[in-house]
Write a protein that binds this ligand. Structure first.
Ligand code: DX5
Ligand code: ZN
Length: 222
C-alpha cells in the first residue's frame, strides 16, 4: 500500500471452512501481509490454531505471514513456526523470561522479530530491546478474542512508541491490533501506527473481504 501504512488481516475472524479462499480474496484486494493469531488457552483465555495452519497458508498465498504468539513458553515453538513458513514471529513482552535471547533466536532463524505489548504494559518496557526488533505490536484490546472494542487509551502509548522509534532512528514497524475498523483506524494512524491488524473489519458475514479492505483504505487514505 502507498503512504507507508500497511494492512494485515487477522484470520482469527475468517471462516475456517473457506480459509484459503478468504486469504486469496485479501491478497487480491491488495493487503500487505497475513496475521495469524496463535493462542494456547493459558497465556490468553482462548484456543486458536498452530503451525499446520501456517504450513497450509504458506502454500496458498505469496503474502508474508506474521505469527502472533499468545502462548506460554513461546521459545518451544518458534522453530516449528519458522519451519512451517512464518516470515515474522511476534512474542509478548509479558510472557518472556529472556526476551533478548528469544529475539536473537528468531533472527538467527532468518525471520523477522516482533514484540507485542498488552494494554497494561507501558511503552518504556521496550527501552532495552527496541534496537533488536523489526516491529512493535501495541495491543489495542486485551488479547484473546476478535470483535472487541478498541481501547482509545492506547493512543498515547502508540504516540510514545512512535517517538521512541524516531529518536532511535530504528527501522521498526509500529503495529496496532484489536478493534481496528474504519472508525478507529484513523486515530491509530494519526498517533503513529504504520501497520494495522484487522480481523472482523475484513472477515465478516455482512460484507465481502474486498469491501472491508476498501473501507479501511478509504478511512485512512492509504
Ligand atoms: C486478539 C488478536 C487480534 C484479533 C483482532 O487477541 O490478537 O489479532 O484477531 O480482531 P479484531 O480486528 O476483530 O479486533
Ligand atoms: Zn493478533
Amino acid at each position: 500500500m502507498s503512504g507507508g501504512v500497511q494492512l494485515a488481516p487477522s484470520i482469527l475472524a475468517a471462516d475456517f471452512a473457506r480459509l484459503g479462499e478468504q486469504v486469496a480474496d485479501a491478497e487480491r484486494a491488495g493487503v500487505d501481509r497475513i496475521h495469524i493469531d496463535v493462542m494456547d488457552g493459558h497465556f490468553v483465555p482462548n484456543l486458536s490454531m498452530g503451525a499446520p495452519v501456517v504450513n497450509s497458508l504458506r502454500r496458498a498465498t505469496r503474502l508474508p505471514l506474521e505469527v502472533h504468539l499468545m502462548i506460554e513458553n513461546p521459545d518451544h515453538f518458534i522453530e516449528q513456526f519458522a519451519q512451517a513458513g512464518a516470515d515474522c514471529l511476534i512474542v509478548h513482552w509479558e510472557g518472556m523470561n529472556d526476551l533478548s535471547r528469544t529475539l536473537r533466536g528468531i533472527k538467527a532463524l532468518g525471520r523477522q522479530a516482533g514484540v507485542a505489548l498488552n494494554p497494561a504494559t507501558p511503552a518504556w518496557a521496550l527501552d532495552e530491546v527496541l534496537d533488536d526488533v523489526d516491529q512493535v505490536l501495541v495491543m489495542t484490546v486485551n488479547p484473546g478474542f476478535s470483535r472487541q472494542a478498541f481501547l482509545s487509551a492506547m493512543l498515547g502509548k502508540i504516540a510514545r512508541i512512535r517517538r521512541m522509534i524516531a529518536q532511535r532512528k530504528v527501522a521498526c514497524h509500529l503495529e496496532v491490533d484489536g478493534g481496528i475498523d474504519h472508525a478507529t483506524a484513523p486515530s491509530a494512524v494519526a498517533a503513529g501506527a504504520d501497520l494495522l491488524v484487522a480481523g472482523s473489519a475484513i472477515f465478516n458475514e455482512s460484507d465481502a473481504v474486498a469491501a472491508g479492505v476498501d473501507r479501511l483504505r478509504k478511512a485512512t487514505r492509504i
